[in-house]
Design a protein around this ligand. Structure first.
Ligand code: COA
Length: 424
């Protein structure tokens, strides 16, 4: 079966998380992703958070599936020559170096465009143009600068970052879409272009509902869907809303049976308006169906805390899965709080390929996420991440068209990056 991005060659200059997420997605859609790394060390994440001595870390393996690895010193004149040839052969260059690093290497946009006017040059940076454009940025910095941290957590606590890597993986997703769009436009213009996804911008894009709420607050001074209402006065900025949805369908996290000992015995429960009568029946409060203080969504807003406390008395008598089974019969929107252990063991996620088991020559079997985007005519198969420089020879031969003598010369020059690896 063919793949959506068959024939697309990506020169992958990414490292850590944001860029590799992007190129891994493109690889899952069938692009040939050639990861360029420095000989000897490679992507710093290979050695970070190691759980198996001397094996590539899960941090690295889980972000670099389906790629090939070439080692190359791009600051050495001979290495530069190889890189120039790669630029001429590939469709897209993706990088997430610190601002200016690619220019310092001698590969400005102008130079790349001169070498290959059809090349799409895609970058992740921490910030777009402006006062912070030269800053180095990691995940939590982006969460803070993009508005997520100030709106996450509880009202009486400090700003909070989330476990979902919206700064890194979120920006990688944005960049991948930009690249595919640029390739599509190239079909008509014949030209490449620059694509930039700034981490601050991507986080803000994912936090847009809070910018919505800021403007509602500016205009009305109050937000009845927030847990501060009606007891706590609002200030000038969108407050942290805890686990409240804060949107049109009020929701909250409620305790379930076993919560005293199990930190994840909780369920997210949404009081969606159309199923209000069903909710009242399930929790044994049928009088609320017609009571004037509970019958409509608007009337319920000042009583949300009391309503959720009552629903919780019911959820505490059920496990989160029992509650799910009962509530789903009535189409009441709810979701169990799943631990990573439960997700790792979930057979339905394995069946869809959302969680996959991968074998690796030095670390053995491990779990990873598969492509979360499912396409009927472009099926993703997850293959293991490459060892450092595993495909150097192969790429020199197949992609660059080097003859055997030139390959041997390159491989004999470890300074260039050509040290051989055992693929295992
Ligand atoms: N051969 C020779 N040199 C290489 C090379 C190769 N194959 N690959 C990388 N390098 C060099 C670069 O040219 C650069 O050198 P320079 O600083 O002398 O110009 C250096 O290695 C690495 O650059 P840098 O990106 O600054 O790495 P860092 O570890 O100091 O910073 C980040 C890491 C993530 C903070 C930074 O890259 C960054 O801010 N990136 C953009 C935002 C981002 O993606 N953040 C999220 C990361 S998950």
């Amino acid at each position: 079966m063919s793949k959506a991005l068959d024939g697309v060659k990506i020169l992958d200059f990414t490292h850590v998380q944001s860029g590799p997420t992007c190129t891994q997605l493109l690889a899952w859609f069938g692009a040939d992703v050639i990861k360029v790394e420095r000989a000897g060390e490679g992507d710093a994440t290979r050695a970070q958070l190691r759980d198996v001595p001397d094996a590539d870390s899960l941090y690295f393996t889980m972000l670099n599936h389906n790629k090939r690895s070439i080692t190359l010193d791009t600051k050495n004149p001979k290495g530069k020559e190889v890189l120039e040839t790669l630029i001429k052969q590939c469709d897209v260059l993706v990088e997430n170096f610190a601002p200016g690093a690619l220019d310092r290497m001698g590969f400005s946009w102008e130079r790349i465009n001169e070498l290959n006017p059809r090349m799409v040059v895609a970058s992740v940076k921490g910030f777009g143009p402006g006062p912070y454009e030269d800053c180095k940025v990691y995940e939590n910095v982006a969460q803070c600068a993009g508005g997520s941290a100030s709106t996450t957590g509880f009202d009486d606590g400090p700003p909070m970052v989330t476990g979902a890597q919206i700064g890194d993986s979120g920006t990688g997703l944005h960049l991948a879409l930009g690249i595919v769009a640029a390739l599509y436009q190239r079909n008509t213009t014949g030209r490449g272009q620059k694509v930039l996804a700034a981490m601050q911008d991507s986080v803000l894009n994912l936090c847009r509902v809070k910018l919505r709420d800021q403007q509602r607050l500016d205009r009305t001074g109050i937000m009845k869907e927030y847990p501060q209402y009606p007891d706590t006065p609002f200030g000038e900025t969108v407050p942290r809303a805890g686990n409240a949805s804060g949107g049109g369908q009020p929701g909250s996290i409620l305790k379930c049976k076993g919560w005293e000992t199990d930190p994840n015995a909780y369920i997210y429960f949404i009081t969606q308006a159309p199923v209000w009568p069903a909710i009242c029946k399930v929790i044994g409060r049928e009088e609320w169906i017609t009571h004037k203080e509970y019958a409509t969504a608007a009337a319920r807003l000042p009583h949300l805390k009391a309503i959720f406390a009552t629903v919780e008395e019911w959820t505490k008598t059920k496990t989160k899965f029992e509650a799910m089974d009962i509530l789903n019969v009535y189409d009441i929107p709810c979701g169990p709080i799943l631990s990573m252990k439960e997700i790792a063991e979930d057979q339905s996620l394995r069946a869809t390929g959302t969680v996959v088991e991968v074998d690796h020559p030095t670390r053995g079997k491990y779990l990873s996420v598969g492509n979360p985007i499912k396409m009927s005519d472009s099926i993703s198969e997850v293959t293991r991440s490459p060892l450092l420089g595993e495909h150097t020879e192969e790429i020199l031969l197949d992609v660059l068209g080097f003859d055997a003598a030139k390959v041997t010369e390159f491989m004999a020059a470890p300074g260039l990056g050509g040290a051989r690896v055992a693929a295992g």
